[in-house]
Design a protein around this ligand. Structure first.
Ligand SMILES: *Cc1c(COP(=O)(O)O)cnc(C)c1O
Length: 347
């Protein structure tokens, strides 16, 4: 049975082209800066995102951590969303390892932070207060349905940051999804930011890795922090080679995943046992819930779908998230819609 895995785009297997590129990649010791494939990936990434320099890191978590530690000293404060990945899912690394204080603002349903909320929490120069140093945004915003944050909004936040002498970091784990959803180049979405992290290992299908981009001076600093974190890798070109294929071949097709998320959501919305907000589907994610009238909990639904070869992620007692990606084709979308129909109680 061909398993359809919709739990996340992190489950994506490398493509055949990636495996070939990995096998054939010229490599060297990247801690000496001598891995030509890592260097090539970093140059490509910096160019694509319109930044001076880039740093290959083992994960998105390490990219965000190195970035925030490069921007903030101990006791400094970062303003971020209460639904930000960095706040929820990065094991508190910024405070555990960097002593960075966080100020959480409510993420709006469209993934943004209200400008007046940001302005209100920027600290005065007062010995009682931590020093506000950084604002971070997440694009796409995972927990807000994969919402894409616009160029215009990002620019306004960038202007606000500049006016208050703050830095702006973008957790762009899925920045190319945002770019496809908004039909703008990724570099336009990060132009106002001092730094950005994006993941190669999600919708772009690479097996490992993320890239942090910013000014040459910033990347120089982040490079030392990556070493402190134990993230200096040696013949990492084996991994970077897949990242190059990801940028060359996978970025341009990522919109297909969004079209399939729309089809999947539309099909599931026809199911009377499910609640799907079609308006909320903005990129490659479909968030939904099982109606209480079905008497089914999500864990029961997950188990039954699993038997039918469809893996989905529960996000609560009755709620779920489905993520489309390269390995989910049109037929997989149809099969998933049918599997949900089979699992729901009949009339
Ligand atoms: C996945 C993700 C990360 C972290 O990436 P890992 O490679 O899993 O550490 C950071 N931010 C967002 C928004 C993510 O979705």
């Amino acid at each position: 049975m061909q398993v359809i895995d919709l739990r996340s785009d992190t489950v994506t297997q490398p493509t055949p082209a990636m495996r070939v590129a990995m096998a054939e990649a010229p490599v060297g010791d990247d801690v000496y800066g001598e891995d030509p494939t890592v260097n090539q990936l970093q140059e490509m990434a910096a160019t694509m995102l319109g930044k001076e320099a880039a740093l290959f890191v083992s994960s998105g978590t390490m990219g965000n951590l190195a970035a925030i530690l490069a921007h903030c000293g101990r006791g400094d404060e970062v303003i971020l969303g209460n639904l930000a990945h960095t706040f929820l899912y990065e094991a508190g690394g910024i405070s555990a390892l960097g002593g960075v204080h966080s100020c959480q603002l409510m993420n709006q349903p469209d993934g943004t932070l209200r400008l007046e909320d940001i302005e209100k929490v920027i600290r005065p120069d007062d010995a009682h207060d931590p020093i506000t140093r950084l604002i971070t945004l997440e694009n796409t915003q995972n927990r807000c349905g994969g919402a894409a944050i616009s160029v215009e909004y990002t620019q306004v936040v960038g202007d606000l940051a500049k006016a208050h002498d703050l830095q702006l970091h973008i957790d762009g784990a899925r920045i190319f999804n945002a770019a496809a959803a908004l039909e703008v180049p990724a570099r336009a979405l990060v132009e106002p930011a001092d730094s950005v992290t994006f993941c190669l290992s999600k919708g772009l299908c690479a097996p490992v890795g993320s890239v942090l981009c910013g000014s040459a001076e910033f990347i120089h600093k982040a490079h030392r922090i990556r070493k402190q974190l134990g993230g200096g890798m040696r013949q990492a070109g084996i991994l970077a080679a897949a990242g190059i294929v990801a940028l060359e071949e996978m970025v341009a097709r990522i919109g297909e995943d969004h079209a399939r998320a729309q089809k999947l959501a539309a099909g599931l919305a026809e199911n009377p046992g499910l609640q799907i907000d079609l308006e909320a589907v903005k990129s490659n994610m479909v968030y939904g819930a099982v109606d209480a009238s079905t008497g089914l909990t999500m864990s029961a639904v997950v188990a039954k779908l699993d038997e039918l070869g469809v893996k989905v992620g529960a996000t609560g007692e009755r709620s779920f998230r489905l993520v489309t990606h390269y390995w989910v084709d049109d037929q997989a979308v149809e099969t998933t819609i049918r599997a949900f129909a089979e699992v729901m109680p009949k009339g």
